[in-house]
Design a protein around this ligand. Structure first.
Ligand code: SF4
Length: 346
């Protein structure tokens, strides 16, 4: 995959990064970015090198703000990390970390995007609006355009301020769930990925509008299909004897206490269970010859979006409760409980 290198890094962002690095007295810097922003990482690294910093670029994958390269930074004795493309996720970082959000600034035809969404949103009148970080600059324009079409629009705040108002990420929809009781449908401006996540935890219809492709979709049918696949995994899991409980070492996905309590619950239920420690939860690294099934305490979207890659059932902790008959499937689906466990960071 090739990545475009931007012609110019906005000066204001460069000056901000330089000022922050000087504030924490950093000389050696590790620049980390998701795949789509590796070109920006290169551009930033060139500029920082010119200013006298000793700069390295993290070559590993970067899936979210949860995936902070603390181990890599420690291994190369970096004084600071510059993390591109995500908001702060890890509460306490052992190495000073500067977050550079990188919002899209190119022109989007908001009127056309909203027009395409309108027929999927009607006859509802009250709409809950959610945005992904890179499109947050469009928030007020999308809201105003929806209002011009006769909708009333609400968006919520995050309960601990970790996300911007209206902002959603793949495992946290707190902002938009907070207005659920006051709206009839939701509109997510972002990707299919974010629309699906919300649609699994609400009984309201979710419409997703992607400003990059201008594609608009009602998530109802695809969500039903995904939930049927999840229930099939729960049924298959019940036949398992030996279970690997995945504990991820990424700073924002490491839930040691949760993994230990799941091992206890599985053993109590008569299964043979062990904690399986991984950095990348990838089907190539799972010892399928040893385990009949897995419980995933890392990123919930690995189980949901990548399930077809795995040969064995890979349940979320909330789904395990259903498999062990400790809660019901009907209570879990379309409820916040599906992802509540991943809001814990211990
Ligand atoms: S845990 Fe998964 S969905 Fe949540 S921020 Fe990390 S990569 Fe994204």
């Amino acid at each position: 995959m090739t990545v475009d290198v931007p012609k110019e890094l906005p000066m204001v962002k460069l000056e901000y990064v330089v000022a922050e690095l000087e504030r924490v007295k950093a000389k050696k810097v590790l620049v980390q970015a998701p795949q789509g922003l590796k070109g920006v990482a290169l551009q930033l690294s060139e500029e920082l090198s010119r200013r006298g910093f000793d700069v390295m670029i993290s070559g590993g994958p970067c899936w979210g703000g949860c995936d902070l390269a603390l181990n890599e930074a420690a291994a190369v004795s970096a004084d600071a990390i510059v993390h591109l493309g995500h908001t702060k996720f890890v509460k306490q970082s052992t190495i000073p970390t500067i977050y550079l959000e990188c919002r899209y600034e190119h022109n989007v035809d908001v009127e056309q995007l909203v027009m395409k969404s309108v027929h999927l949103l009607r006859p509802a009148k009250k709409i809950g609006l959610g945005m992904t970080l890179q499109w947050l600059n469009l928030l007020e324009r999308v809201k105003q355009t929806l209002e011009n079409h006769g909708f009333s629009v609400l968006y919520g705040q995050h309960e601990n301020g970790r996300l911007y108002p209206s902002q959603v990420i793949g495992c946290d929809y707190t902002t938009i769930k907070s207005v659920e009781s006051k709206v009839e449908k939701f509109l997510i401006v972002g990707s299919f990925f974010h629309g699906l996540g919300l649609s699994m935890i609400t009984d309201r219809c979710v419409v997703v509008a992607d400003p990059e492709t201008m594609h608009v979709e009602d998530m109802t049918q695809i969500t039903r299909k995904v939930l049927m696949q999840r229930y099939a995994q729960i049924c298959a899991f019940r036949n398992s004897r030996r279970v690997g409980v995945i504990l991820c070492t990424k700073p924002g996905q490491k839930r040691e206490g949760l993994a230990a309590s799941i091992v206890s619950a599985l053993r109590k239920a008569g299964k043979d269970a062990y904690v399986l420690v991984l950095n990348e939860v990838d089907e190539r690294f799972l010892p399928d010859e040893v385990f009949d099934a897995y419980v995933n305490t890392a990123c919930p979207r690995i189980s949901i979006d990548d399930h077809a890659k795995f040969k064995k059932p890979i349940l979320l902790p909330s789904e395990l409760m259903v498999a062990l008959n400790l809660s019901s499937w009907e209570e879990l689906i379309y409820s916040y409980e599906y992802f509540r466990w991943c809001m814990r960071n211990d």
